[in-house]
Design a protein around this ligand. Structure first.
Ligand code: ADP
Ligand code: MG
Length: 158
């Protein structure tokens, strides 16, 4: 099941939360353990996208289980793979303890999705999936995904 289907850079627009979640699910179905960095202002849809990832990883009640973790540093959900959902929004600065914790977490055998991940730029592993969501007209969101370094995926459709 090792894979190496290439994952070409993706740039697309969604028109609803469901569409954003569906894109997250499509990617979630192909994920292997690794780090996903989500950039984008408040309300851009990062948490919505991670809910989709959770669904793609096989969480039946993902919507309830992955409510926005904006007020907590991390939550874990068991699934086909473990999903660790981190939100750095509330962190004003990253002290040494948090830095150690983040570095250890990034090395876990899990999918680690980090909202506001750019705030930990210096700690991010070289290889990660980078996703940026931005507001467009109305309910539209521009979503850009690309791999940084080498990131492995399951083959599509398996
Ligand atoms: P973030 O985690 O980036 O702060 P959330 O996912 O928590 O964002 O919230 C996104 C908000 O925008 C939700 O209220 C959602 O219903 C709304 N929304 C409207 N259109 C979209 C879209 N196309 N994609 C994602 N969210 C959308
Ligand atoms: Mg959020």
């Amino acid at each position: 099941m090792a894979n190496t289907d290439p994952f070409p850079p993706l740039r697309t627009t969604t028109s609803s939360p469901d569409e954003t979640s569906a894109l997250g699910a499509a990617i979630g179905r192909r994920l292997l353990p690794g780090v996903i960095v989500l950039e984008g202002e408040l309300g851009a849809g990062k948490t919505t996208f991670v809910k989709g990832i959770a669904r793609g990883l096989g969480f039946a009640s993902a919507a309830r289980e992955t409510g926005s973790p904006t007020f907590v540093l991390a939550r874990e959900y068991p699934g086909r793979l473990r999903l660790i959902h981190i939100d750095l929004y509330r962190l004003e600065s990253i002290g040494p303890e948090t830095a150690d914790w983040l570095e250890e977490t990034f090395e876990q055998d899990a999918v680690v999705a980090v909202e506001w991940g750019e705030r930990a730029r210096a700690l991010l592993p070289r290889n990660h999936l980078w996703i940026r969501l931005s507001h467009a007209e109305g309910d539209q969101r521009l979503i850009e995904c690309r791999t940084q370094g080498s990131v492995a995926f399951k083959e599509s459709g398996r």
